[in-house]
Design a protein around this ligand. Structure first.
Ligand code: G16
Ligand code: MG
Length: 217
């Protein structure tokens, strides 16, 4: 049977969280807001607009919409400078072999990401051609845990929600997959992603036997 395999981007395929962190930290520090790695956890899988609101909230900073729009542009310009040198070496361990295996077994593959920079990242890392469908921050209006991004991905793949499988590193993303009645697979800390149906520390722990069981169930 064909299943729909939907991948989140940041924290699943590449570790762009470190670049988001540096870009946000620059703005936060300019505003006198301390922005730690712990704070950054709050932004995982969260949209750009919502991320800014969270950071401003940390510093009790109020701002006009115009000012916020400026910071959003500034953040993205800073973030993009980190993507310039991105290449295949930034793909997280084990991801390539899973993509290769799914392709070899004619399984449909989609991206389901909150990022508006998803396409250039897939392009620069050389894996754009693995994806039959891309749904990203430019396509959706409701952020995870709203299931919109995954529902669109499954629909565009032509696969039912029940036959779709989602790889996610964020709690909101796992919740979105569960709400969509898809099979949720947490990538990262099982204690944090405890709502996922299956958990793996990273893709090196996902073997062909497991992938076959997903395909054949
Ligand atoms: C990613 C990151 C978030 C980021 C969001 C929007 O989501 O996890 O931290 O805020 O994209 O990114 P951008 O500013 O590039 O539009 P995901 O869903 O790929 O994990
Ligand atoms: Mg993510």
């Amino acid at each position: 049977t064909k299943k729909g395999f939907i991948f989140d981007l940041d924290g699943v395929i590449v570790d762009t969280a470190k670049y988001h962190y540096l870009a946000w930290k620059k703005i936060a520090n300019e505003l006198g807001i301390d922005f730690t790695h712990e704070h950054n956890e709050l932004l995982k899988g969260v949209s750009r607009v919502r991320s800014l609101d969270i950071i401003l909230g940390l510093g009790n900073v109020e701002a006009s919409q115009d000012q916020k729009d400026q910071w959003l542009v500034q953040k993205n310009e800073e973030y993009l400078t980190y993507l310039v040198d991105m290449d295949q070496s930034e793909i997280l361990p084990g991801v390539m072999s899973v993509l290769e295996f799914l392709k070899a077994n004619q399984q449909p593959i989609a991206l389901g990401s909150a990022s508006k920079n998803a396409r250039p990242i897939l392009d620069k890392t050389g894996i754009l051609s693995y994806f039959d469908v891309i749904v990203d921050g430019n396509d959706v209006s409701n952020a995870k845990p709203d299931p919109e991004v995954f529902l669109q991905a499954a629909q565009k793949l032509g696969i039912s929600n029940e036959n779709s499988i989602v790889f996610e590193d964020s709690v909101a993303g796992i919740q979105a997959a569960n709400i969509a009645t898809m099979t949720s697979i947490g990538i990262g800390e099982a204690s944090i992603l405890n709502e996922a149906k299956y958990n793996f520390k990273d893709f090196t722990f996902i073997d062909e036997a497991f992938l076959n069981s997903l395909i054949n169930n």
